[in-house]
Write a protein of this length. Structure first.
Length: 225
């Protein structure tokens, strides 16, 4: 419990119900009757609303498409894992021995889920306004610059422009695999340029996997040219 008090200090929020906090930090691998999956489900919806409203008010002149891109860059596993790392959530997780030896405390998926569950727990206990205040503070601390350029760099477009300039043609993306249930699919894509494979990467969507491929290929091309 002393450890959890340290986490509450970092979070700047003290739980009235300590069992709710423990549940938010308990991974399903522990096989306990209560884990953070339900709170994660709730937190995901709460964060989607909070961050959507945050962007709506911060950028009064932004178009719907721009707001959607910015929200997509802030409401995803990678972004939530970044916020979780800022809060040092990994240190306070309850995970199984096998997950511990598998470096579960560093896994983006586990960190992201625990962050969503924590916000879900705060919302459940203290309502939207408090969850909003904590999320807004974290966003300002972790993202000193929030705009379309800072949040969403389009690697695919940048790669296309570069390959056209160097080779006179455009990249080709090939899906190699897709696995997992419909609600949690993982896609594996490769990118080919001028008849050569430059990168293979994964993503929660085809678009994300393509962006990840393009990023790797961009770095490789810039080193050579």
């Amino acid at each position: 419990m002393e450890q959890l008090k340290k986490f509450e200090q970092i979070l700047h929020y003290q739980f009235k119900n300590q069992e709710l906090l423990k549940e938010a930090l308990t991974h399903k691998s522990t096989k306990k009757s209560h884990n953070n999956e339900r709170l994660e489900f709730l937190g995901d919806a709460v964060l989607d609303l909070i961050i959507g409203e945050f962007l709506y008010k911060k950028f009064p002149n932004a178009k719907e498409g721009e707001l959607s891109k910015m929200r997509a860059s802030m409401v995803n596993e990678k972004a939530f894992a970044k916020l979780a790392n800022y809060l040092q959530i990994g240190k306070y997780l309850f995970i199984s021995h096998s997950e511990e030896s598998n470096e579960g405390r560093k896994k983006a998926s586990i960190l992201s889920n625990a962050f969503e569950a924590t916000i879900g727990a705060i919302y459940l206990e203290s309502g939207l306004k408090v969850a909003q205040e904590i999320t807004h503070r974290l966003l300002k601390e972790v993202y000193p610059t929030i705009d379309l350029k800072a949040l969403f760099y389009d690697h695919k477009t940048a790669l296309q422009e570069l390959t056209q300039a160097i080779f006179g043609n455009t990249p080709e993306y090939i899906m190699l695999d897709s696995k997992g249930p419909d609600h949690n699919k993982e896609f594996v894509m490769s990118v080919w340029i001028n008849g050569k494979e430059y990168a293979t990467s994964k993503g929660k969507s085809k678009k994300e996997a393509q962006q990840n491929c393009a990023k790797i290929a961009l770095e490789a091309l810039k080193e050579k040219h």
